[in-house]
Write a protein that binds this ligand. Structure first.
Ligand SMILES: Cc1cc2nc3c(=O)[nH]c(=O)nc-3n(C[C@H](O)[C@H](O)[C@H](O)COP(=O)(O)OP(=O)(O)OC[C@H]3O[C@@H](n4cnc5c(N)ncnc54)[C@H](O)[C@@H]3O)c2cc1C
Length: 402
């Protein structure tokens, strides 16, 4: 480890590793630090990802692809099933990954590009001088270090502290976060080619329950409920009820707990000498909680902007605004749409969800985009007309703004 780099990236999840790789490939000196001793472990993810979106970053590799999905099956509270093809099923349906390998490969790619990777190294604070972030304080194997850099990229996930240390408000209310618990289970006999989603207040209030097949009768079986819905009955209690009823013969191989930000875009993700990316910047999809692709996209943008800023010898917020503009005009639009959809759908009762599912049962989802989907809902549900009209108008307006 040196005591000075062009860029320090805090956190070796998908966001951090892609940022480090992008910056290193451009010729910058980069340090990527990870507090855990093993990158990618424990997994806090259902590991679903859109094929096309992923291929923009990395060629598919059987080492980290567990299964290849045809699409998704969404079950309403009364069990009505809606089937969607992979191409339109959203950012979490396509491949089911093995993130313990995937995250490691991404970090390895950044090392191959020239970044220095250090595990068991925790950022404990920022060095801030004259209003500029110019490095980090870190703890590695019991020793404290001060490491300086021109730019720090905060990729430290949902528990992010980097933003807060720089004075950026990344706080999340309970209603801005899905509380999740997931079992990796064996002996799960479900359709192996479809990711399954279960909706309903009694199943997963203001969230959903999922089964993502991983091959060989293994699957990620998990649940996310809005933090504000977590009371005496916790997410794990809902999950246990479901498992007891639907998967009585399956065994739990691993348990993971985690949170997903579903707040929508925050006001600011940069300060002098600092950019936030991925879950640290609250860039996950407010509807599904999916964040792998957005994290990788943001990582790439931040790596490129870091290069431009360092080349121009100007790491002020004015210069880093290029990153803010880039992500808001791309993934930010989808996040804003997602927030509108989430805020509408969390208000629906089980009866309303059933009614929506009944009206969509016979729709061909192979060629349908979000706008057409909303139009079908709009036509079929007179009772829900008003909420859906507002939703439809807002989403279409955002799509046209793109
Ligand atoms: C239960 C669950 C299921 C999910 N399912 C999906 C899904 O199917 N598809 C999908 O797209 N998304 C899913 N997500 C969301 C997805 O996991 C995240 O959006 C994604 O991992 C974000 O990547 P990231 O790099 O921003 O953060 P992370 O992957 O969280 O990486 C952050 C890294 O920073 C490290 N770190 C934190 N603090 C420090 C520090 N002080 N110093 C050094 N290192 C630090 C952490 O150890 C971690 O390795 C799910 C999330 C959960 C909780």
């Amino acid at each position: 480890m040196k005591d000075n780099y062009d860029v320090i990236v805090v956190g070796a999840g998908p966001a951090g590793s892609v940022a480090a790789k992008t910056a290193a490939k451009k010729g910058l000196s980069v340090l990527l630090i990870e507090k855990r001793q093993e990158i990618g472990d424990p997994v806090r993810c259902a590991e679903g990802v859109s094929k096309e979106a992923l291929k923009k970053h990395i060629a598919p590799d059987p080492r980290w692809i567990c299964s290849d999905m045809k699409g998704s099956k969404i079950f309403s509270p009364d069990g009505t099933c809606i089937q969607m093809a992979e191409e339109i099923a959203g950012g979490e349906v396509g491949y089911v990954l093995e993130r313990k390998v995937f995250d490691r490969v991404l970090a390895y790619e950044s090392a191959k590009a020239g970044a220095e990777v250090m595990v068991k190294t925790r950022a404990t604070g920022l060095i801030i001088e004259n209003g500029y972030v110019c490095g980090i304080k870190a703890m590695h194997l019991g020793h404290e270090y001060e490491i300086r850099s021109k730019i720090v990229i905060g990729a430290d996930g949902i528990e992010s502290k980097v933003g807060r240390w720089a004075g950026i408000d990344t706080s999340l209310k309970p209603s801005d976060m899905e509380t999740c618990v997931q079992y990796l289970m064996s002996g799960v006999n479900v359709d192996k080619e479809y990711c399954q989603f279960y909706l309903g207040r009694k199943i997963a209030p203001c969230g959903y329950l999922w089964i993502f097949p991983k091959g060989d009768n293994m699957a990620n079986v998990g649940i996310g409920i809005l933090g504000s819905e977590s009371g005496p009955k916790r997410a794990v209690d809902y999950l246990n009820e479901f498992v007891k009823e639907k998967l009585p013969d399956a065994s739990i191989i691993e348990i993971d707990y985690g949170g997903v930000p579903v707040s929508g875009s925050i006001d600011r993700t940069i300060s002098n000498g600092l950019m936030l990316i991925g879950d640290a910047a609250r860039q996950s999809d407010p509807v599904t909680g999916g964040g792998i692709i957005n994290a990788m996209d943001a990582g790439q943008m931040a790596g490129e902007v870091a290069y431009n800023a360092i080349l121009a010898n100007d790491v002020s917020t004015k210069m880093l605004q290029e990153y803010e503009n880039k992500w808001r005009s791309t993934i930010g639009k989808a996040i804003d749409n997602g927030l509108i959809v989430k805020d509408t759908f969390v208000k629906f009762t089980d009866e309303e969800l059933n009614s929506l599912a009944h009206s969509l049962k016979d729709v061909n989802f192979n060629k349908m985009g979000l706008t057409e989907l909303l139009y079908a809902l709009f036509k079929a549900n007179k009772k829900l007309l008003w909420d859906l009209r507002v939703l439809f108008k807002n989403v279409v307006k955002n799509e046209l703004d793109l």
